[in-house]
Unconditional design. Structure first.
Length: 1246
């Protein structure tokens, strides 16, 4: 009977699916659930799940393959995802990046760049700044820009560049913007940094299964439908972050802006007109929640797709499962509504969303303007919480008025390696040869001339005839004359050793040797033959001979004026001599210093340009962008009579001409500043140049017509290169001659302030509680950039994995949201730590604060922590997580223990002889560095867990952390056996005892550090050497600030240990009795907190032994992680010694950062303390209060020691007052009677 009923019911359902009418699409577009909807939805969800499982098993996919992307399949390699993409062969191929930023104060930004074929890009740029107004790109409402770079996000004055994949991008703009609703243009400079606070949400793999299945199931499943679904795929992912930096609008004060910003990246195929309509909302709520939610209609594929996600401040994502937004209501044909309400659902929760539109810029796409986008900046209210952001609407625009944008010219690119492989060994190349367009063969200057020669007829200019002596020719000269190579190597050795006293003389010797050494016959013959081939009458031709080094004339550094130029050279012998002098000029003191200061290779190859001279009537230089401000709105010309050398060398004051250039390249002469022009240089009969005194200061050397003609040609040249140019030019006989066209260097210079904050991390809410506590013990003060980029992310990942294990934390890979940096100093985000505590079965907010920083944070409310992570799991879920954590802890412990043996034979860069090979091997092992810190952090976390249990027993249900409780916890957990770090001072004392026993104490104390090390290692005192070797084996990897890559360990620099040994010997600390440890029973007997007998029994028999063992495991794990980290530290030092360049910016800045001081607790972005703050803090008072970690009273001299080098002043019995302590301070602990630290908690690293 039952089966009959079930079969009958099933039959009725099937019959209904057959006879059920298919609902008509709303407005003839938006399809509704119809026949077989639920069956299709079930089937598609199964297919999605299969794809997602397949995607997890692969590492990356071919970007070119559409079949392997979308609907659960995606690209996992972040370097592949984040790079500038190769455009597909489809005419509507696109590669687009977008930034939508907004702040509570009303600052707003929408910026987008979509690369297209034919050197075109779609550009969006609008901005609103309170007190200034609403600004937009002068091109708008149209968006298409031509003659852009092929392989960069650069167009329309906007430059977007990647700094670190998925983490950091830089945006700059320098040009005109138009005030909204007017024709008034204003110059704007903008330099912004975007940094992520979330992982990416991929619409290929992360969309809600139910929402996507709903969209697919609405459609008619035909072959045409599936073909359309696959044929025009577009990969799209989004991240939230912070955009901050400076904006300068002419006529207004410079503004520093900080915006909550959505960034997306899309690539694949996009014809905007295939979208019928869409409405997408980007929302930032004041509690830190970030939301994207919307509906998209693309009738050829999916007519009604619900998309979106919600991400909490801690990085936890939830995809949107349903939305009741009706496109036909909120986006009617006349345009989108300003105010409306809708609901969406995520993680089982309903979110009622109120939208209040305010400002709506409009853009058109395609030449027929067939697409229209409304970018509506809005205020929001979701479930009663205020927010702000924008809503983007797209409309088809079939009645758009077509227009004709400027057509692009072919991009001038250097040839590929394949195109020049036949020229690699050539000793000379003419400007017309393909190989002469390669800086790898002829250097920067030569390559620019080769490229210019290829377009001279198109621009109607002349590039004087010539050829290049290649870099291969210089190398051949070095190979035949090894003494020259040795002389160059001597310069490198001087720089590497850091002793620059002999640098000038070494450079001078090298220059003399290169200039006077006879040129090898092969190169001489090649030059002689080329002179006859290129020039009809070479003996009577005057030449300009210039150096053309590898690496010069780039966008970062030009090397202009650093090497020699010889003018008016005539005759074969003179040409050969000038070539040798050009080679030599690559190693003058000024050229070497320039390359060193700009981080370039010291040992460069030098090519030479040999070019026919022009008898210039007028010559000079032209910058297509302003050379100082970088503004694209002004062309600058310096011009004078005669040869341009008088202008370039500064021997005359030229005319300075400023030409205003509009966004659409309309020109008008703004200003002529007449120079003295007191000297004109010309070619001298017989060779060389001559200077002639002239007096033409009252007239400009160029007519208005000549000025504008030259500017138009310069713009054409800029279009071919795709970037601003610094052009050397000459005029003679009515013709324009081009002598050089290099990139304008370093228009966006970093300031001291930029470098100071280069490694600062963003905040999600701006109300995070950041502390130097705990992390300040391990890494006091600022850290170096290398430590910031290697150690900090490793610690962040380690803490995130611990949070996953213990508190169901989100699985994040990219944001550094637990340990953050400001001005090079590291901070712990206590708000994130608190989320881990409240989501832990035994965790408590107050306990986490006390354990980590030794104080309660009453101003950080429990509700604020709950909002930060989006809620607290149920008690049952927390219990399950806690139970499962033990097995995961055991897994990680096994990994940690495997490293105990592995580290003994672990080698990095073994067998590598080149920097590239060594670095590749080192970089491939970074995963090991991450792994050891992860295991160490989990061990530390386990110690904290047991400490929390101890605290809970002592509190007996109370909430107040009394001084007695704090002292009792410290007593129970501190005086225990098998604490690895406690062995260090004992081991130092034992080594000192051996020195005294050997009878060499006096000799040791009277010798310098290096002599002491030599004495120990010599083996004259076998007992001393044996103790020393034992110490190094067990503790040689330790030292103060030991995770800092700049600080070398005792093993690497044993002279650092000598200082501690001398303190022990001088004060005879080795004769002290070892510190007494307390058994569990003894420790419990001494606590002041009254406990019932059952609590004492649980503490004695189970909890305290586990907690003490966890302390020992924590210290052992930390020592092991430092031991592995020391392998990496020494590998980086080895790599540094192999590299032949020095980076100056960080070296100059690091001491400044080390002097900065911050409050222990900061709410929001930390601000360095001023001198007044520090003075007020140091004002003498009668008492200092803090958290006790032991019982009793100590009377003694309080000695303040600010850093370890000052520790020599410590006397026996002192009460030591320091900022922090770590393992480097341990030799001094037997000397003191008491210790006060500014930084530290109950469970301290110290």
């Amino acid at each position: 009977m039952l089966w009959t009923v079930i079969a009958g019911g099933g039959g009725i359902i099937l019959l209904w699916q057959f006879i059920k009418p298919q609902p008509k699409p709303i407005d003839g577009v938006y399809r509704q659930p119809g026949k077989w909807y639920h069956v299709k939805k079930f089937i598609f969800k199964l297919l999605l799940k299969r794809n997602q499982q397949k995607n997890k098993k692969k590492k990356a996919v071919d970007v070119e393959s559409y079949s392997s992307r979308g609907y659960g399949m995606g690209i996992n390699d972040i370097h592949v995802l984040e790079k500038v993409q190769n455009l597909e062969k489809d005419p509507y191929a696109i590669d687009a990046v977008y930034y939508g930023g907004f702040s509570k104060e009303g600052t707003r930004l929408a910026l987008r760049m979509g690369r297209r074929h034919n050197r075109q890009s779609e550009v969006w740029l609008v901005m609103e700044i309170p007190g200034i107004g609403r600004l937009q790109h002068p091109l708008h409402p149209d968006t298409l820009v031509s003659n852009v770079s092929n392989n960069e996000y650069t167009a329309g004055g906007i430059n977007i560049e990647i700094i670190e994949p998925m983490k950091k991008w830089k945006i700059s703009y320098n040009g005109q913007l138009r005030f909204d609703g007017t024709e008034r243009l204003v110059h704007v400079q903008m330099s912004l940094i975007w940094q992520t606070v979330t992982d990416p949400f991929s619409f290929d793999t992360d969309m809600n299964q139910s929402a996507l299945a709903d969209a697919v199931s609405r459609e008619l499943w035909t072959k045409q439908f599936w073909d359309a679904l696959r044929s025009k795929h577009q990969t799209h992912y989004e991240l939230w972050g912070e955009l901050h930096g400076k904006v300068k609008v002419d006529g207004f004060d410079e503004k520093f802006v900080t915006l909550k910003t959505i960034r997306d990246h899309s690539f694949g195929i996009r014809d905007w007109r295939t979208f019928y309509r869409y409405s997408i909302h980007f929302i930032y709520l004041e509690n830190g929640t970030m939301i994207q939610v919307g509906v998209v209609s693309q009738p050829a594929a999916l007519s009604h797709v619900k998309i979106g996600y919600l991400v909490h401040s801690n990085g936890a994502f939830h995809s949107v499962s349903d939305i009741d937004l009706k496109l036909w209501e909120v986006a009617p044909p006349e345009g989108p509504k300003n105010n409306y309400t809708f609901n969406f659902y995520a993680n089982g929760k309903k979110y009622t969303t109120e939208v209040f539109g305010e400002w709506t810029p409009i853009w058109y796409h395609h030449k027929d303007r067939g697409s229209k986008v409304y970018e509506k900046f809005c205020k929001y209210k979701i479930n009663g919480i205020d927010g702000y952001g924008l809503a983007e609407f797209h409309y088809r625009n079939p009645d758009g008025t077509p227009y004709s944008p400027i057509e692009s010219v072919p991009m001038l690119d250097e040839p590929t390696e394949e195109e020049i492989r036949n020229n690699v060994t050539d000793l000379t190349l003419t400007f017309q040869e393909k190989g002469c367009c390669s800086s790898k063969l002829v250097g920067g200057k030569g390559a620019q001339l080769g490229l210019l020669t290829s377009i001279q007829n198109k621009v109607n200019v002349v590039v004087p005839k010539g050829f290049c002596v290649t870099l291969a020719a210089f190398n051949k000269q070095l190979q035949i004359n090894q003494d020259i190579s040795k002389s160059v190597d001597k310069i490198i050795a001087i720089l590497r050793n850091g002793c620059h006293d002999n640098l000038k003389s070494a450079c001078s010797d090298t220059v003399e040797m290169i200039a006077t050494t006879a040129m090898c016959s092969d190169v001489t013959s090649a030059i002689t033959q080329m002179l006859k081939t290129v020039f009809v009458d070479a003996d009577k031709t005057y030449f300009a001979i210039r150096s053309s080094a590898s690496g010069e004339d780039g966008t970062e550094a030009s090397s202009a004026g650093q090497m020699e130029t010889y003018l008016g050279v005539r005759g074969e012998k003179e040409v050969i001599d000038a070539v040798r002098k050009c080679w030599a000029s690559g190693f003058t003191y000024q050229a070497v210093q320039y390359r060193r200061m700009n981080g370039q290779h010291i040992k460069v190859c030098v090519g030479v340009v040999i070019q026919e001279m022009v008898k210039s009537e007028v010559s000079g230089v032209l910058f297509t962008n302003h050379p100082v401000t970088g503004s694209a709105n002004q062309i600058t010309i310096n011009a004078s009579y005669g040869l341009g050398e008088s202008v370039v060398s500064g021997k005359t004051t030229p005319d300075s001409i400023f030409v205003n250039r509009s966004w659409d390249n309309q020109l008008n002469i703004a200003e002529k500043s007449l120079g003295e022009k007191q000297v004109a240089m010309s070619i001298k009969d017989g060779g060389g140049v001559i200077e002639e005194k002239i007096d033409r200061k009252d007239t400009c050397c160029m007519t208005d017509e000549q000025i504008l003609q030259l500017c138009h040609k310069a713009i054409q040249i800029e279009n071919y290169f795709g970037s601003p140019r610094d052009i050397e030019w000459a005029m003679f006989g009515g013709n324009y001659y081009l002598l050089q066209a290099r990139p304008i260097t370093a228009m966006d210079q970093e300031t001291h302030e930029d470098m100071l904050h280069e490694f600062d991390d963003p905040l999600v809410t701006g109300r995070e509680f950041l502390t130097t506590g705990n992390i300040g013990e391990m890494m006091p003060g600022a850290v170096t950039p290398l430590t910031n980029s290697i150690f900090k992310p490793a610690i962040n990942i380690a803490l995130l994995r611990y949070a996953e294990i213990m508190a169901e934390g989100p699985h994040l890979n990219h944001p550094d949201n637990i340990v953050l940096s400001c001005c090079g100093t590291m901070f712990i985000n206590m708000t994130m730590i608190e989320t881990m505590a409240i989501n832990n079965f035994i965790g408590k907010k107050d306990a986490a604060e006390l354990n980590l920083i030794g104080q309660s944070l009453d101003s950080l409310s429990y509700q604020e922590v709950v909002d930060y992570c989006g809620g607290v799991p149920s008690l049952w879920r927390r219990l399950k997580t806690f139970i499962s954590s033990f097995s995961k802890y055991n897994e990680r412990t096994a990994v940690c223990e495997s490293w105990y043996e592995k580290v003994k034979t672990y080698k990095i860069g073994e067998g590598q002889t080149t920097c590239a090979g060594f670095y590749t091997d080192l970089d491939s092992r970074i995963k090991d560095y991450y792994e050891i810190w992860e295991t160490s952090m989990i061990k530390s976390g386990q110690s904290g867990t047991w400490a929390a249990v101890v605290v809970g027993i002592l509190l007996q249900g109370k909430t107040e952390y009394t001084t007695e409780v704090c002292a009792d916890v410290a007593l129970l957990l501190s005086k225990c056996d098998e604490v690895y770090s406690a062995e260090v001072p004992i081991a130092i004392q034992n080594l000192a005892k051996e020195i005294d026993k050997a009878g060499c104490s006096e000799k040791f104390l009277s010798s310098n550090s290096q002599e002491c090390v030599d004495l120990i290692k010599s083996g004259v005192y076998p007992g001393v050497k044996s103790s020393f070797d034992t110490f190094m084996e067990h503790h040689g990897h330790r030292y103060v600030k030991e995770a800092e890559f700049y600080e070398r360990s005792w093993r690497s620099q044993p002279e650092k240990l000598v200082k501690s040994l001398k303190v022990v010997l001088k004060n005879k600390l080795y004769s002290q009795k070892p510190r007494k440890t307390l058994s569990c029973d003894e420790a419990i007997a001494q606590i002041k907190t009254p406990l019932p007998w059952m609590a004492k029994k649980i503490l004695r028999s189970f909890v305290l032994p586990k907690a003490r063992k966890a302390v020992g495991q924590r210290e052992w794990g930390k020592s092991l992680s430092i031991k592995v980290a020391d392998k990496f530290k020494e590998a980086y030092w080895t790599l540094a010694e192999m590299m032949v360049k020095e980076i100056y910016k960080e070296k100059k800045l690091f001491p400044t950062q080390m002097e900065l001081r911050f409050l222990k607790m900061n709410v929001g972005k930390p601000v360095p303390m001023t001198k007044e703050d520090l003075s007020a803090q140091r004002t003498a008072t009668f008492s200092l209060k803090g958290m006790p970690v032991c019982h009793g009273v100590i009377t003694g001299v309080c000695r303040v020691v600010k850093s370890l080098p000052e520790a020599d002043d410590i006397q026996a019995g002192d009460i030591l007052i320091v900022l922090y302590t770590d393992i480097g301070w341990s030799p001094y602990f037997p000397l003191i009677s008491g210790l006060v630290t500014e930084i530290g908690g109950l469970v301290s690293h110290g």
